[in-house]
Design a protein around this ligand. Structure first.
Ligand code: ATP
Ligand code: MG
Length: 353
């Protein structure tokens, strides 16, 4: 099939790699020449995402469309929804943090306490304030720890905020799920995710762990993906505190914490995404061995290539420009045992810090 990918970042690149392995043809749409997807796509339309003529060209060249990020133009997505198995509802909800959490609440999924933050009277501690829209990788977020932080906080003009209770979680997890057009849902072995400065740093999958918390997170995720009538891969992030699982957010697309599945599972989140959107049945993923994925942020991936002594898989997103907070690539480690995995990643993290 001819697959049109809206967005040319690393997710688009890895979708295209999976699509090629399955024999499909890929056309990309992105404003940046030389973006990650440009290196892999068979055909590339270089134009802004909201350029109607360019979007129409993509439609003509494609049998099916997929988006790799949330900044897609909603008017265009609505107009061509019949070609987009992911549809628009997941996009609309996940673009707005209050709507997204209200949706979780509607599905009876526990969340941290939250509300709009419009005036100082809405603020409390301990909490975190986020812009309701447009934030990613922890951008647009402020922690309020002490009452003095409330005094010092200033509201931006024309910016809408959500305030959330600060959760002292034990750890963070995400559930990656893929749903096909027949309504079957598969979920991936659950990674534990560590963030640094609000950006995902490591995802670790010691095994396919069926704890009560993990089982609840899987149930919640199936509820979400099914209610959205979503076809493709989607991810939901959760905080775990004891046996309690709290919804943080979801992304209607493959997710950074699922990159481990490219080598760590017998079917990756990207392959299942492509299978689902092209009308195939999804396959149930199996973990091959304990796996960890480390993001390469603000560093040249070549540096790791030169000095890495461990057996691993290096992904270079081939971005044009190195920037401090930019995800430049990732490295996946497969270890014989969970203990080996811990030793390896602590050595790598120490070495690279
Ligand atoms: P990304 O795009 O990387 O997923 P984001 O900008 O969408 O991030 P969140 O996922 O909401 O933002 O927050 C980033 C990280 O900040 C979380 O993974 C978590 O570590 C921390 N965080 C966010 N909200 C809370 C909270 N209410 N309590 C405790 N920690 C939080
Ligand atoms: Mg997040």
């Amino acid at each position: 099939m001819r697959i049109g990918i809206i967005g040319g970042g690393q997710l688009g690149l890895m979708m295209a790699e999976a699509a090629h392995q399955l024999g499909h043809h890929v056309i990309g749409l992105d404003p940046t020449p030389g973006c990650p997807l440009h290196h892999e796509a068979d055909d590339m339309i270089i134009a802004p995402y909201d350029d109607e003529i360019a979007f129409e060209r993509l439609v003509v060249k494609s049998d099916v469309l997929t988006y790799e990020f949330e900044n897609v133009d909603l008017t265009l997505v609505h107009r061509f929804e019949h070609m987009i198995p992911q549809k628009s509802r997941g996009l609309i909800l996940s673009k707005h943090r209050v709507r997204e959490k209200e949706f979780a609440r509607y599905l009876r999924i526990p969340t941290p306490h939250f509300g709009f933050a419009k005036t100082k009277a809405d603020l409390f501690v301990p909490s975190i304030i986020k812009t309701t829209m447009g934030g990613y990788d922890g951008k647009g977020q402020h922690r309020l720890v002490a009452n003095s932080d409330i005094d010092h906080f200033s509201f931006g003009s024309n910016v809408e905020y959500i305030i959330e209770e600060w959760i002292d979680f034990d750890y963070e997890i995400s559930v990656i799920a893929t749903r096909d057009r027949f309504g079957h849902v598969v979920t991936y072995p659950i990674p534990i995710n560590e963030h640094r400065d609000g950006i995902l740093h490591i995802s670790k999958i010691a095994g396919d762990i069926r704890s009560e918390a993990n089982q609840n997170a899987v149930d919640y995720t199936v509820r979400i993906i099914t209610n959205l009538d979503y076809v493709g891969t989607l991810a939901v992030e959760y905080f775990v505190r004891g046996n309690e699982v709290l919804f943080n957010e979801f992304a209607p697309r493959p997710h950074n914490s699922g990159h481990y599945s490219i080598e760590g599972c017998d079917v990756s989140q990207f392959r299942n995404h492509i299978r689902a959107i092209t009308g195939d049945e999804v396959l149930s993923p199996r973990l091959k061995s304990p796996t960890a994925m480390i993001n390469v942020i603000g560093k040249n991936v070549a540096y790791y290539k030169r000095s890495n002594g461990y057996s691993c898989h290096i992904h270079d997103y081939r971005k044009n420009e190195l920037r401090q907070d930019r995800k430049m690539g990732h490295i996946t480690y497969l270890a014989p045992t969970p203990e080996d995995l811990d030793v390896w990643i602590s050595a790598v993290v120490e070495d690279r810090s």
